[in-house]
Design a protein around this ligand. Sequence first.
Ligand code: NAD
Length: 530
Amino acid sequence: MENTRTNGHGDPLSVGAYAGAILEKRSPVTGEKLGEFPITAREGVSTAVARARAAAPAWRATPLQERLRTLGRIKDVVRTHGEEYARRISEDTGKPLVDSLLTELMSVPLFLDYYAKTAPSVLARKKVSTPLMFPGKKSYIEHFPVGVVAVISPWNFPFQLSMVPVLSALIAGNTVVLKPSEVTPLTGEVISEIFRRIGLPEGVLEVVQGDGSTGAALAESDVDKIFFTGSVATGRKIMAAAAKKPIPVELELGGKDAMIVCADAHLERAARAAVWGGLVNCGQMCVSVERILVESSVHDRFVALLEREVGKLRVGGPDEHADVGPMTFGRQIETVERHVRDARAKGAKIVAGGQRMDRPGQFFQPTVLTDVRPDMEIYSDETFGPVLPVMRVRSVDEAVRLANDHQYGLVGSVWTRDVEKGLEIASRLECGQVTVNDVVISVGNPTLPFGGVKSSGFGRYHGPEGLLAFTHQKAIMVDRGTAATEPFWFPYADKYEPVRDLFHGLLGGSLPRALFALNRLRKIGGASAR
Ligand code: NAD
């Protein structure tokens, strides 16, 4: 049974075989129903994985330059249809059109250009050194695709967080089954459409729409690696599913990113950065500013600036050209409300916002909280909403200790006019990326590896690691094969003494002694026929 519907833009869309239940999509801006999407059931997932497996040998055998050329056509598609896609992503998520173009669609040309330049050398076979005790041999390292990769993605950046891992895996020679978030199925359709437009061979990318049950079926299916972006709770389930086979997983999970504002920071810049870095995408970012640690002497001035900047923000849907949109996932508002309530009850002060907005849709006021303490949920747990929690600290050392003493370690930022000092603080932070006097931006730089530590997950993508993550490494050692035997092979008779000389020659740093011993061994072993 194949379910076919139109996407409202005229194209027929195949949205997965063997669909069972239906998921209903509503607008985060108005609450109106936008469409119904079949949930791909376990059989449909197996079919998709089998198609991806069947397509794997041919795609892997396709020369890298040809793979890059085929995928490079996506740039033309995105250039031609980008503004329409931005509208559809904004309709799906509620985010401003500026964000859909800048933070979602722009990722595609950025990463495609970067990998077009770097993939040939990153994936090429490399010659490496061979120790002296193995004379006449050559050593190489090469990489080969893992096979079929499952990419399971979240709703906050439903395009970018699907496309970048999918493209990385495809460039590295894998075929892929993508499971986009059930919260943002319209973006899942945009992605299917883009790949259909470039004429990718059948089965190279399969998209299965659905909820957690579809994701679970995919994690348990016949795939060779799972690349997961989402919550810690689901990450644990993914790992458990992968452990049964076992297959490798990469987990890109939550964050509670610390922003350290030193007394010598450019406060105006830091305040604007906090407002953008904490409230862009309505704060629904794994790399959002979620804890602002400010040195005491500048705390009050910084908070006043925050209040001023937050006061300027326009909140609304994409059609209202707002700065901050609604929350994409309705239930996330309950988490935000719970965190704000808990913080208030424990003594935090609300400087701005603090509640749901009195209008249809999923809107929460941009919020600034001060007097935040580590025992508050707003400090200990990921909020994933439009809230800036501020905490006064006595010193930079206290800020670094607090930043590190946390379950999460994804990204951080440091604010000081002394760049050397900023770098030194950056080195002390336990997280995957740090910016000095800037915010979030490092995530958009395709040359920098991205990923977290602790509960923020493990593994890295972007940068060279982003291709290697989808490969296995293979070590190769080569001998010309002309000698009848080798110095270290049987028989061992008469070899103890020269082996001992070799041992002491190498460990004692006496090259002539080691070389002499090796020569003796070769003669005893009959390898002089080389
Ligand atoms: P989620 O864990 O609820 O869902 C993520 C994906 O997993 C969805 O596609 C979902 O359908 C699927 N899923 C749910 N249950 C599953 C199961 N049992 N087996 C397999 N798949 C399953 O996360 P979310 O709410 O969509 O995303 C928000 C979270 O993602 C936040 O914690 C955020 O910090 C994190 N995130 C991390 C990064 C990063 O790069 N580190 C980026 C963005 C978001």
